[in-house]
Design a protein around this ligand. Structure first.
Ligand code: CA
Length: 231
């Protein structure tokens, strides 16, 4: 079996060396690119399983690279950046990145994120009439949601939110993206009503699942449906 291939896009040699060394110990293969131009070329020619992308590169903004890659591929992209401002993460996610890591990050954190995006990336594009995650099941044709076979009663908006998160399991969805998908055109004031809907939805799910957390909040950014693996 081939080792999963990671494309490391990073202009800081010390950081790139640290990531490479980590990947070597975990049986990943990797390629390195120190500029945006090389990154786009490598993404095209090697078709990596995951791209780890630094946002601040000498020749190109990372968000531009995401847009380019997304014009032909759904390959998982994790943004790795020293910038801690939410704005950069949000624009990267809105451009199609799957997840983000803020420098400095731990080796464990990096490996955990890689596992998540690879697991879900493999299943992209799979159409099915039901969705299962841990004890949760969505029956799309009936429009019903179950936890451990007990039906959970959701309002139409809660159901739409849940389906959107489920379809993108493992991926961080920004407030803007969710508002656009569920309500059409977002305005800033909608974020507070989104927060209320999400709180009710989470309460309904968690009350019935002995507190298992399905939906993760990213403060100032958005939400993510977690993949529940412990059965
Ligand atoms: Ca940089």
């Amino acid at each position: 079996m081939n080792k999963p291939q990671i494309l490391i896009v990073e202009d800081d040699n010390a950081v790139a060396n640290l990531i490479s060394a980590t990947l070597e110990t975990q049986d990943y293969a990797y390629k390195r690119a120190a500029t945006g131009a090389v990154a786009v070329m490598e993404a095209l020619s090697c078709k990596p399983d995951v791209v780890l992308l630094d946002l601040g590169l000498p020749d190109m903004d990372g968000v531009e690279i995401i847009k380019k890659i997304r014009s032909w591929s759904n390959m998982p992209i994790i943004v790795v950046s020293a910038r801690s401002e939410d704005f950069d993460k949000v624009s990267a996610l809105d451009a199609g990145a799957d997840d983000y890591l803020t420098k400095p990050f731990s080796v464990d954190e990096l490996l955990a994120r890689l596992r998540v995006v690879r697991y879900d990336g493999d299943r992209l594009g799979e159409e099915s009439s039901t969705y299962e995650n841990g004890d949760m099941r969505i029956d799309y044709s009936a429009g019903c949601v179950y936890i451990s076979d007990a039906e959970i009663h959701l309002t139409p908006i809660e159901y739409k939110l849940l389906c959107l998160l489920a379809k993108n399991t493992g991926k961080v969805l920004t407030h803007n993206y969710i508002l656009k998908e569920v309500w059409g055109s977002p305005t800033a004031s909608d974020v507070s009503s989104l927060r209320v809907y999400m709180a009710t939805l989470r309460r309904k799910l968690e009350k019935n699942s002995n507190g298992v957390q399905y939906i993760q909040t990213h403060v100032g950014i958005g939400y993510r449906m977690l993949r529940i693996t412990n059965k």
